[in-house]
Design a protein around this ligand. Structure first.
Ligand code: MTE
Ligand code: HPA
Ligand code: MOS
Length: 748
């Protein structure tokens, strides 16, 4: 019998997995490099390409004028030219594509492109953009109850500010694409993208080809984290443009520095909140304004903003809320999807408010958190009734297993004895909605072939970026067919076999594509049952018999998530298929003398449904936790005063490493759930636990520096920790609230 295929993880472990930039190049292939704007905002009338064109190895320098179709890659809103045309709106915006016979030659030549630049005023900060009226659209508000009427009834009202930084995706694999011309005038584009169909559509638009002449194939990604949801399209289009122009294969694969400079990041947010509580500590009213730094184009910013609206109350039931969000256009590379997609920023903001309130009341935040967790039958501020709520179950399991109160008491006792080494503790719950908030994207298609030897081929729209969706698809199809799992192979994703695919994003990859694959497998199984109704034959025999009996062994199925119904006008309905719950306790240590902080441990109870693959799921939770910790502690995206990225390498942009990452212990709470094979989506939600790291470090700092302001600024880098411990005293706090800068008791 034939050997079984190596699975994705096996290939990765052996170092045998090929990524897009590893694909062997066809004879005569060219290399593309982009010349980019050196200025944050500039106009020009004439590009200076002669030196680049004359540079050794260069075959062509292509500009906007060389684009045969439309010069546009904007996915949701058409405001993003592929190549800047007489105006650039950020440093790093692609202006020309240089084609050369070697990558180094293309990169070198790209540096030689110039123009008669006229520098224009640039806006580099969201506050300034808002003041200048540079919003991507009108502000959006979700409201429930009546906040204005609620304030006077509150026993305590606290307010404050939260400033959250961006985050570089730092996927191991940088952006890459390889376009290969075909004899019929079409293109095969190997693209490192989470959205093969979006890349296909954009390549068709840019090249002027119909979509059926453009095939986009993705075998795997070395990480996407949202960074390849829309922004991979640019590289696919550049390679396609080069291939069409030169009639040769063209690879475009920026190095790490260009990748970091040119592409967008997680959105920085500025939050201003007001939280009102009754005397028992029940949340009565919450009002928040969130300002998002969108960067220079629309990209996915409105969708990210919308997820912030949905997650503003996190895992808490609050009767009166008003959430207002705004997206500010700045002259920075356009910010984009990043694991959590606007939810983590909204959640960090309310958690800041809860800690401010707890301090004003003289209780641990956990007292307020536990009392206000959502429970069965609660209706969210967007009108969705919550069922099968596991917020308290996860919280109580965390308490039973890890005893955060004891950890807090231990830390306090330790801190009383150790003036120079302080410990902090923080607990954070999770409630995360699963579905694309853009309703149309909640659909998928899958193709299942059973070959006469009993082996199975599955193609879906899912892209495996390390999250293990392939393993889950394999398990689902094997289960549905009753076939041995080793006989099932998950194919590379390609737009010619499965069409109009949604991005692998919003943590829905396994749910959507797994459901479609299950349905396709069910059709094939129904055929097999015709020849073997009692199911007595071995798998291979059934397949052989079915073929002899002229029963079809292939099926294509389509799935659309049922029950979604959201009215954007009234902002009420059921935008999510279900919610994922959980809770985590984070402990930290601060070295007061050195001014350094360490996140020691993150212990998690996570609502996984029925885990399809424990190692995959544990890996997802652990990875998300560390990525969340990184976002709020060591990872700092910094630009200079002219919009140039300073942190443009992994030497200056610090991601967690084995030495600095916390120990992560994960308990999976297993229960039947609505996702694939009774599981729940796991990709993004656990990133939220990382927010506890910010507050655990602040807790430790506060024991040494009780006048630490309640206003929160992240990332809490080593520099910020040092300043919080040893910097100048913050502004004097309000007279009537001990230590509570900006907080006050309401009159009522
Ligand atoms: N895990 C790994 N290893 N690499 C990734 O790029 N992306 C995350 C998450 N986990 C990612 C990951 C993001 S942003 C999403 S939306 C989901 O995986 C997407 O995959 P899924 O829908 O199959 O969970
Ligand atoms: N999450 C991730 N990506 C998306 C979404 C979402 O809700 N909507 C559109 N793209
Ligand atoms: Mo994930 S941010 O939805 O790709």
């Amino acid at each position: 019998m034939t050997a079984v295929a190596l699975t994705g993880p096996e290939l990765l472990v052996r170092g045998a997995a090929q990524f897009t930039a590893d694909l062997p190049l066809p004879a005569g292939a060219l290399h593309g490099a982009v010349a980019v704007s050196p200025l944050a905002h500039a106009r020009w009338s004439r590009l200076e390409c002669t030196a680049a064109a004359a540079s050794r190895g260069v075959l062509a320098v292509l500009t906007a004028a060389d684009i045969p179709g439309v010069n546009q890659v904007g996915d949701v809103v058409a405001d993003e030219p592929l190549l800047a045309d007489r105006e650039a709106t950020c440093v790093g915006q692609p202006i020309c594509l240089v084609l050369a016979d070697a990558a180094e030659a293309a990169w070198r030549a790209a540096q030689l492109v110039g123009a008669d630049w006229v520098e224009l005023p640039a806006v580099l900060d969201a506050h300034e953009a808002r003041a200048a009226g540079r919003l991507l659209g009108p502000p959006r508000t979700f409201a429930a109850g009546d906040v204005d009427a609620a304030w006077p009834r509150c026993a305590l009202v606290v307010e404050g500010h939260v400033e959250l930084g961006g985050q570089e995706h730092a996927a191991l694999e940088t952006h890459a694409a390889l376009a290969v011309p075909r004899d019929d005038g079409g293109l095969l584009v190997h693209a490192a993208t989470q959205s093969p169909s979006a890349a296909q559509r954009a390549v068709a638009a840019v090249t002027g080809l119909p979509m059926h002449l453009v095939e986009v194939q993705v075998t795997r990604l070395g990480g996407g984290f949202g960074g390849k949801e829309t922004q991979a399209t640019t590289w696919a289009c550049l390679a396609a443009l080069g291939a069409l122009h030169s009639a040769r294969a063209v690879r475009v694969a920026p190095d790490r520095r260009d990748d970091m400079r040119i592409t967008g990041k997680r959105h920085p947010y500025l939050g201003t909140y007001r939280l009102g509580l009754d005397a028992e500590g029940r949340f009565q009213a919450y009002e928040v304004t969130l300002l998002q730094d969108a960067g220079r184009t629309t990209d996915l910013s409105p969708a990210v903003l919308e997820r912030s609206l949905f997650h503003a109350c996190s895992a808490y039931a609050i009767p009166n809320v008003r959430i207002t969000v705004m997206s500010c256009r700045t002259n920075l590379p356009s910010n984009t999807a990043f694991r959590g997609f606007g939810a983590p920023q909204a959640i960090a903001t309310i958690e800041a408010g809860i800690r401010t309130a707890a301090r004003a009341m003289g209780v641990r935040p956990t007292v307020l958190q536990r009392a206000n967790l959502v429970t069965e039958g609660d209706v969210t501020h967007y009108g969705m009734r919550l069922v099968d709520v596991r917020a308290r179950e996860c919280w109580d399991a965390l308490v039973a297993r890890f005893d955060p109160d004891r950890l807090a008491a231990d830390a306090q006792a330790w801190n009383a004895q150790h003036p120079l080494v302080r410990r902090g503790v923080d607990v954070i719950p999770l409630c995360f909605g699963i579905a694309f908030t853009a309703q149309a994207l909640n659909q998928a298609e899958a193709l299942v072939h059973v070959y006469v030897d009993g082996t199975v081929s599955v193609t879906t729209g899912a892209v495996d970026m390390g999250q293990g969706v392939g393993a889950k698809l394999r398990a689902a199809v094997a289960h549905e067919l009753g076939a041995p799992v080793e006989l099932v192979r998950v194919e590379p994703t390609t737009t010619s076999r499965v069409a109009n695919v949604s991005p692998t994003a919003a943590s829905t990859g396994a749910d959507l594509n797994g459901a479609a694959a299950t349905q396709a497998a069910r059709v094939v199984r129904a055929g097999l049952e015709k020849v073997d109704p009692g199911g007595e034959l071995a798998w291979r025999q059934r397949v052989a018999l079915a073929y002899e009996a002229r029963v079809g062994l292939s099926a294509l199925a389509h799935y659309a998530t049922p029950g979604l119904d959201f009215d954007a006008g009234s902002h009420r309905g059921r935008p999510f298929a279900y919610h994922v719950y959980g809770a985590a306790v984070v402990t930290s240590t601060v070295d007061v003398l050195r001014g350094t902080a360490q996140v020691d441990r993150v212990a998690v109870v996570h609502d996984i449904g029925r885990s399809i693959d424990r190692l995959v799921d544990l890996g997802q939770v652990e990875g998300a936790v560390v990525q969340g910790v990184g976002w709020l502690t060591c990872e700092e995206v910094r630009h200079d005063g002219r919009g140039r990225l300073l942190t443009d390498s992994l030497a200056t942009y610090k991601i967690p490493d084995l030495a600095s990452a916390p120990e992560v212990e994960v308990v999976l709470l297993e229960r039947e759930a609505p996702g694939l094979l009774g599981s729940k989506a796991v990709g993004e939600p656990p990133l939220v636990y990382g927010i506890g790291a910010l507050f655990a470090i602040r807790d430790a700092i506060r024991s040494a520096r009780p006048d630490l302001p309640d206003d929160v600024r992240a990332p809490l880098t080593p520099e910020q920790v040092f300043l919080a411990l040893h910097g100048p005293l913050p502004a004097a706090p309000d007279a009537d609230v001990p230590g509570g800068g900006g907080s006050g008791r309401a009159d009522g």
